[in-house]
Design a protein around this ligand. Structure first.
Ligand SMILES: NC(=O)c1ccc[n+]([C@@H]2O[C@H](COP(=O)([O-])OP(=O)(O)OC[C@H]3O[C@@H](n4cnc5c(N)ncnc54)[C@H](OP(=O)(O)O)[C@@H]3O)[C@@H](O)[C@H]2O)c1
Length: 237
Protein backbone atom coordinates (compact mmCIF):
# COMPACT_ATOMS: atom_id res chain seq x y z
CA UNK A 1 0.00 0.00 0.00
CA UNK A 2 1.06 3.63 -0.48
CA UNK A 3 2.15 4.97 2.91
CA UNK A 4 2.55 8.70 2.31
CA UNK A 5 -0.01 10.77 4.27
CA UNK A 6 -1.88 7.74 5.65
CA UNK A 7 -2.87 7.63 9.35
CA UNK A 8 -1.69 4.89 11.72
CA UNK A 9 -2.80 4.20 15.30
CA UNK A 10 -0.10 2.51 17.38
CA UNK A 11 -0.74 1.17 20.89
CA UNK A 12 2.08 0.87 23.40
CA UNK A 13 3.87 3.67 21.54
CA UNK A 14 5.55 5.25 24.58
CA UNK A 15 8.59 2.96 24.48
CA UNK A 16 10.09 -0.26 23.14
CA UNK A 17 8.67 -1.85 20.00
CA UNK A 18 5.79 0.63 19.66
CA UNK A 19 8.14 3.61 19.79
CA UNK A 20 10.38 2.06 17.10
CA UNK A 21 7.38 1.41 14.86
CA UNK A 22 6.16 5.00 15.38
CA UNK A 23 9.51 6.50 14.36
CA UNK A 24 9.80 4.23 11.33
CA UNK A 25 6.29 5.05 10.08
CA UNK A 26 6.89 8.76 10.70
CA UNK A 27 9.95 8.48 8.45
CA UNK A 28 7.55 7.18 5.75
CA UNK A 29 5.38 10.30 6.20
CA UNK A 30 2.57 8.46 7.97
CA UNK A 31 0.56 10.59 10.43
CA UNK A 32 0.34 9.03 13.86
CA UNK A 33 -2.12 8.46 16.69
CA UNK A 34 -0.05 7.22 19.63
CA UNK A 35 -1.60 5.38 22.60
CA UNK A 36 -0.15 4.41 25.99
CA UNK A 37 -0.64 5.26 29.66
CA UNK A 38 2.43 7.44 30.23
CA UNK A 39 1.63 10.89 28.82
CA UNK A 40 5.14 12.30 29.29
CA UNK A 41 6.77 9.40 27.43
CA UNK A 42 4.18 9.57 24.65
CA UNK A 43 4.88 13.28 24.29
CA UNK A 44 8.63 12.60 23.96
CA UNK A 45 8.00 10.02 21.22
CA UNK A 46 5.56 12.40 19.50
CA UNK A 47 8.18 15.18 19.52
CA UNK A 48 10.70 12.80 17.88
CA UNK A 49 8.16 11.79 15.21
CA UNK A 50 7.05 15.34 14.43
CA UNK A 51 10.61 16.06 13.21
CA UNK A 52 9.75 13.95 10.13
CA UNK A 53 7.06 16.52 9.20
CA UNK A 54 4.03 14.39 10.08
CA UNK A 55 0.97 15.12 12.24
CA UNK A 56 1.08 13.32 15.59
CA UNK A 57 -1.54 13.18 18.36
CA UNK A 58 -1.18 11.38 21.67
CA UNK A 59 -3.98 9.60 23.53
CA UNK A 60 -2.95 8.70 27.10
CA UNK A 61 -5.15 5.74 28.04
CA UNK A 62 -5.18 2.49 30.00
CA UNK A 63 -6.29 0.06 27.30
CA UNK A 64 -7.06 -2.65 29.87
CA UNK A 65 -10.20 -0.58 30.50
CA UNK A 66 -11.84 -1.55 27.21
CA UNK A 67 -14.86 0.67 27.88
CA UNK A 68 -12.67 3.67 26.91
CA UNK A 69 -11.89 2.31 23.43
CA UNK A 70 -14.96 3.61 21.51
CA UNK A 71 -14.25 7.19 22.63
CA UNK A 72 -10.57 6.76 21.66
CA UNK A 73 -11.61 5.97 18.10
CA UNK A 74 -14.08 8.87 18.13
CA UNK A 75 -11.19 11.18 19.11
CA UNK A 76 -8.97 9.78 16.34
CA UNK A 77 -11.81 10.35 13.86
CA UNK A 78 -12.27 13.92 15.08
CA UNK A 79 -8.51 14.63 14.88
CA UNK A 80 -7.62 12.89 11.59
CA UNK A 81 -10.96 12.03 9.89
CA UNK A 82 -9.27 8.85 8.64
CA UNK A 83 -7.42 5.71 9.70
CA UNK A 84 -5.58 3.19 7.54
CA UNK A 85 -3.21 1.26 9.81
CA UNK A 86 -3.80 -0.19 13.27
CA UNK A 87 -0.86 -1.63 15.22
CA UNK A 88 -2.05 -3.62 18.23
CA UNK A 89 1.22 -3.65 20.15
CA UNK A 90 0.55 -2.72 23.82
CA UNK A 91 1.03 -5.70 26.08
CA UNK A 92 2.10 -7.00 29.46
CA UNK A 93 4.03 -10.04 30.62
CA UNK A 94 2.80 -12.22 33.48
CA UNK A 95 3.90 -15.57 34.82
CA UNK A 96 1.05 -17.98 35.41
CA UNK A 97 0.85 -20.20 38.48
CA UNK A 98 -2.15 -22.51 38.12
CA UNK A 99 -2.33 -23.05 41.92
CA UNK A 100 -2.79 -19.40 42.88
CA UNK A 101 -6.17 -18.11 43.96
CA UNK A 102 -5.68 -14.42 43.17
CA UNK A 103 -6.39 -14.24 39.46
CA UNK A 104 -6.09 -10.45 39.07
CA UNK A 105 -2.93 -10.74 36.92
CA UNK A 106 -4.66 -13.23 34.65
CA UNK A 107 -7.66 -10.98 34.09
CA UNK A 108 -5.46 -7.90 33.53
CA UNK A 109 -3.28 -9.70 30.96
CA UNK A 110 -6.33 -11.00 29.11
CA UNK A 111 -7.91 -7.53 29.13
CA UNK A 112 -4.79 -5.80 27.78
CA UNK A 113 -3.17 -8.45 25.57
CA UNK A 114 -6.33 -9.82 24.01
CA UNK A 115 -9.62 -8.06 24.79
CA UNK A 116 -8.20 -4.61 23.96
CA UNK A 117 -7.03 -6.03 20.61
CA UNK A 118 -10.48 -7.07 19.45
CA UNK A 119 -12.29 -4.10 20.99
CA UNK A 120 -9.89 -1.72 19.25
CA UNK A 121 -10.00 -3.64 15.98
CA UNK A 122 -13.82 -3.65 15.96
CA UNK A 123 -13.94 0.09 16.50
CA UNK A 124 -11.04 0.91 14.17
CA UNK A 125 -12.51 -1.13 11.31
CA UNK A 126 -15.36 1.37 11.08
CA UNK A 127 -12.78 3.98 10.01
CA UNK A 128 -10.38 1.72 8.10
CA UNK A 129 -13.21 0.28 5.97
CA UNK A 130 -13.88 3.74 4.54
CA UNK A 131 -10.54 3.58 2.65
CA UNK A 132 -9.52 1.61 -0.44
CA UNK A 133 -6.97 -0.37 1.54
CA UNK A 134 -5.66 -0.71 5.07
CA UNK A 135 -3.68 -2.87 7.44
CA UNK A 136 -3.98 -4.37 10.92
CA UNK A 137 -0.80 -5.53 12.60
CA UNK A 138 -1.05 -7.62 15.74
CA UNK A 139 2.03 -8.10 17.89
CA UNK A 140 1.81 -11.56 19.45
CA UNK A 141 5.00 -13.33 20.61
CA UNK A 142 6.91 -16.53 20.03
CA UNK A 143 4.82 -17.47 23.11
CA UNK A 144 1.88 -17.45 20.70
CA UNK A 145 3.54 -20.30 18.81
CA UNK A 146 5.01 -22.44 21.60
CA UNK A 147 4.17 -23.08 25.25
CA UNK A 148 6.41 -23.40 28.32
CA UNK A 149 6.08 -24.03 32.06
CA UNK A 150 4.82 -20.87 33.76
CA UNK A 151 3.48 -19.48 30.50
CA UNK A 152 -0.17 -20.15 31.33
CA UNK A 153 -1.27 -16.50 31.20
CA UNK A 154 1.08 -15.01 28.62
CA UNK A 155 0.89 -17.91 26.15
CA UNK A 156 -2.90 -18.05 26.44
CA UNK A 157 -3.22 -14.35 25.58
CA UNK A 158 -0.70 -14.53 22.72
CA UNK A 159 -2.21 -17.71 21.23
CA UNK A 160 -5.57 -15.92 21.39
CA UNK A 161 -4.15 -13.00 19.41
CA UNK A 162 -2.83 -15.46 16.81
CA UNK A 163 -6.19 -17.21 16.39
CA UNK A 164 -8.06 -13.91 16.27
CA UNK A 165 -5.64 -12.44 13.75
CA UNK A 166 -5.92 -15.34 11.31
CA UNK A 167 -9.74 -15.32 11.50
CA UNK A 168 -9.73 -11.54 11.04
CA UNK A 169 -7.71 -11.88 7.83
CA UNK A 170 -10.42 -14.12 6.37
CA UNK A 171 -13.12 -11.62 7.38
CA UNK A 172 -11.54 -8.48 5.89
CA UNK A 173 -9.35 -9.69 3.01
CA UNK A 174 -11.93 -8.81 0.32
CA UNK A 175 -11.90 -5.20 1.58
CA UNK A 176 -8.19 -4.98 0.69
CA UNK A 177 -7.28 -4.83 4.38
CA UNK A 178 -4.05 -6.65 5.15
CA UNK A 179 -3.76 -8.48 8.49
CA UNK A 180 -0.62 -9.90 9.98
CA UNK A 181 0.40 -11.39 13.30
CA UNK A 182 4.04 -10.93 14.31
CA UNK A 183 5.70 -13.43 16.66
CA UNK A 184 8.97 -12.03 18.03
CA UNK A 185 11.39 -13.90 20.25
CA UNK A 186 13.38 -11.92 22.84
CA UNK A 187 13.39 -8.20 21.94
CA UNK A 188 15.74 -5.70 23.60
CA UNK A 189 13.09 -3.70 25.50
CA UNK A 190 12.15 -3.17 29.13
CA UNK A 191 9.86 -6.19 28.89
CA UNK A 192 12.32 -8.47 27.12
CA UNK A 193 15.61 -7.75 28.88
CA UNK A 194 16.89 -10.12 31.56
CA UNK A 195 20.08 -10.88 33.50
CA UNK A 196 20.62 -14.10 31.54
CA UNK A 197 20.33 -12.34 28.15
CA UNK A 198 22.95 -10.58 26.03
CA UNK A 199 21.22 -7.39 24.81
CA UNK A 200 23.43 -7.15 21.72
CA UNK A 201 22.20 -10.57 20.56
CA UNK A 202 18.52 -9.88 21.19
CA UNK A 203 16.18 -8.74 18.42
CA UNK A 204 16.26 -4.92 18.39
CA UNK A 205 13.02 -2.87 18.38
CA UNK A 206 14.07 -1.38 15.02
CA UNK A 207 14.16 -4.91 13.56
CA UNK A 208 10.45 -5.26 14.31
CA UNK A 209 9.77 -1.78 12.90
CA UNK A 210 11.53 -2.73 9.64
CA UNK A 211 9.38 -5.86 9.43
CA UNK A 212 6.22 -3.78 9.84
CA UNK A 213 7.48 -1.33 7.20
CA UNK A 214 8.16 -4.12 4.73
CA UNK A 215 4.77 -5.75 5.45
CA UNK A 216 2.98 -2.49 4.67
CA UNK A 217 4.89 -2.16 1.39
CA UNK A 218 3.93 -5.64 0.22
CA UNK A 219 1.93 -5.37 -3.03
CA UNK A 220 -1.86 -5.49 -2.69
CA UNK A 221 -1.87 -8.96 -4.20
CA UNK A 222 -0.10 -10.60 -1.25
CA UNK A 223 -0.29 -10.70 2.54
CA UNK A 224 2.09 -12.31 5.08
CA UNK A 225 -0.51 -13.41 7.62
CA UNK A 226 2.08 -14.70 10.13
CA UNK A 227 5.66 -13.46 10.64
CA UNK A 228 7.97 -15.25 13.09
CA UNK A 229 11.10 -13.32 14.12
CA UNK A 230 13.83 -15.10 16.11
CA UNK A 231 17.15 -13.69 17.33
CA UNK A 232 19.78 -14.62 14.75
CA UNK A 233 22.12 -15.94 17.48
CA UNK A 234 21.02 -17.31 20.82
CA UNK A 235 20.82 -14.38 23.26
CA UNK A 236 21.38 -16.59 26.32
CA UNK A 237 24.62 -15.77 28.19
N1 LIG B 1 10.19 -7.61 24.46
C1 LIG B 1 10.01 -8.86 24.05
O1 LIG B 1 10.90 -9.73 24.22
C2 LIG B 1 8.75 -9.26 23.35
C3 LIG B 1 8.74 -10.48 22.66
C4 LIG B 1 7.59 -10.86 21.99
C5 LIG B 1 6.48 -10.04 22.01
N2 LIG B 1 6.50 -8.86 22.69
C6 LIG B 1 5.29 -8.05 22.68
O2 LIG B 1 5.59 -6.78 22.12
C7 LIG B 1 4.67 -5.81 22.61
C8 LIG B 1 5.44 -4.56 23.02
O3 LIG B 1 6.30 -4.89 24.10
P1 LIG B 1 7.72 -4.22 24.37
O4 LIG B 1 8.71 -5.31 24.35
O5 LIG B 1 7.89 -3.04 23.50
O6 LIG B 1 7.50 -3.82 25.91
P2 LIG B 1 7.63 -2.47 26.71
O7 LIG B 1 8.89 -1.78 26.39
O8 LIG B 1 7.34 -2.86 28.11
O9 LIG B 1 6.43 -1.58 26.15
C9 LIG B 1 5.09 -1.90 26.40
C10 LIG B 1 4.22 -0.80 25.86
O10 LIG B 1 2.84 -1.11 26.15
C11 LIG B 1 2.25 0.01 26.81
N3 LIG B 1 1.28 -0.44 27.78
C12 LIG B 1 1.48 -1.30 28.82
N4 LIG B 1 0.36 -1.44 29.53
C13 LIG B 1 -0.57 -0.64 28.95
C14 LIG B 1 -1.93 -0.34 29.24
N5 LIG B 1 -2.56 -0.90 30.28
N6 LIG B 1 -2.59 0.53 28.44
C15 LIG B 1 -1.95 1.11 27.39
N7 LIG B 1 -0.68 0.86 27.06
C16 LIG B 1 0.00 0.00 27.83
C17 LIG B 1 3.41 0.71 27.50
O11 LIG B 1 3.14 2.09 27.66
P3 LIG B 1 2.72 2.79 29.05
O12 LIG B 1 3.60 2.24 30.13
O13 LIG B 1 2.91 4.23 28.74
O14 LIG B 1 1.27 2.42 29.22
C18 LIG B 1 4.53 0.54 26.48
O15 LIG B 1 4.47 1.56 25.52
C19 LIG B 1 3.88 -6.49 23.73
O16 LIG B 1 2.63 -6.89 23.25
C20 LIG B 1 4.73 -7.72 24.05
O17 LIG B 1 3.96 -8.77 24.58
C21 LIG B 1 7.62 -8.44 23.35
Amino acid sequence: MKLNNKVALITGASQGIGRAIALNLASEKINLALVGRNEAKLKTVADECIKFGVRVKIYPLDLADTSKIPSLIESVKADFNSLSVLVNNAGTYANGNPFESNLKDWDYALDLNFKAVYHLTNQALKLISENDDGAIINISSIAGQMTYKGGEIYCATKYAVRAYSNCLFESVREKNIKVTCIFPGYVNTEMGRGENLDESKMIQPDDIALTVNSFLKTPLTACQTEIVIRPQRTPYK
